[in-house]
Write a protein that binds this ligand. Structure first.
Ligand code: ZN
Ligand code: FE
Length: 255
């Protein structure tokens, strides 16, 4: 039976995700922005909370860990490199760590850039990537700690996953990202179509997360610095993808 994945909107624009394995009955949470909506979702479904997976140290991803740990007998998993600034970890992981949740394989990827020590969780059988504030729907996280080169290397690793991968990112930022994307890739038909569907979804109050990696590859400017049309728009024909990525990120910061 496939893993059930439930999106839990938290705070103003954060997303947490519950992963439930129907056979074992085990449930994992990816990121803990706010206890109340997560507890309400668990209660509604009659699920326990067995694992909490942490992507990075920002408060809007970890601040409910301790409150949830008080209510549930839960195993908290996060990056060894960030253990000093995360809630107490029961299991420390790093790039390349493979573990299983129920019988589901989870692969840890270091995707530093937004922060140093930001990790993503990739579940090959579920074809799901939990990327939080690294790869985001039509965007990527701001460079608070890492360099443009580090972020682009992280995005490139995720871009190499199968195109059918579902991308679960940490915030509802897609509509703002879309406005920016149009400024650097205005003739991209796939992007224009996606922006129309994003606007329609937001009009109805629907989430635009998760998205799909194939769609990100076709429309997310941060995954496309090697594309000639984008380089032309930026007056950077022939520049390295690293340099073009850095310019796109710089423009987004000032947008
Ligand atoms: Zn963050
Ligand atoms: Fe965040």
């Amino acid at each position: 039976m496939p893993l059930e994945i439930v999106t839990v909107p938290c705070l103003t624009d954060n997303y947490a995700f519950l992963l439930h394995a129907p056979i074992s009955g085990l449930t994992a949470l990816v990121d803990a922005p706010e206890a109340a909506p997560i507890e309400a979702e668990l209660a509604k479904r009659g699920w326990n909370l067995d694992f909490i997976l942490i992507t990075h140290h920002h408060a809007d991803h970890i601040q409910a860990v301790d409150a949830l740990r008080e209510k549930f007998d839960t195993t908290v998993i996060g990056a060894e490199a960030d253990a000093h600034r995360l809630p107490a970890l029961d299991m420390k992981v790093k790039d390349g760590t493979v573990f299983s949740l129920a019988s589901e394989e989870v692969r840890v990827m270091d995707v530093s850039g937004h922060t140093n020590g930001h990790i993503a969780f990739y579940l090959p059988n579920a074809k799901a990537l939990f990327s939080a504030d690294s790869l985001m729907a039509l965007g990527c996280g701001r460079l608070f700690e890492g360099t443009a080169e580090e972020m682009f290397a992280s995005l490139s690793k995720m871009a190499a996953l199968p195109a059918e991968t579902t991308v679960f990112s940490g915030h509802e930022y897609t509509q703002a990202n879309a406005k920016f994307a149009l400024t650097v890739d205005p003739n991209n038909e796939d992007l224009l179509a996606r922006v129309a569907s994003i606007d329609a979804a937001r009009e109805k109050g629907e989430a635009t997360v998760p998205s799909n990696l194939g769609l990100e590859l076709a429309t997310n400017p941060f995954l496309r610095p090697h594309i000639a049309e984008l380089q032309t728009q930026l007056n950077m024909v022939g520049a390295s993808p690293d340099a073009v990525f850095a310019e796109i990120r710089r423009r987004k910061d000032n947008f």
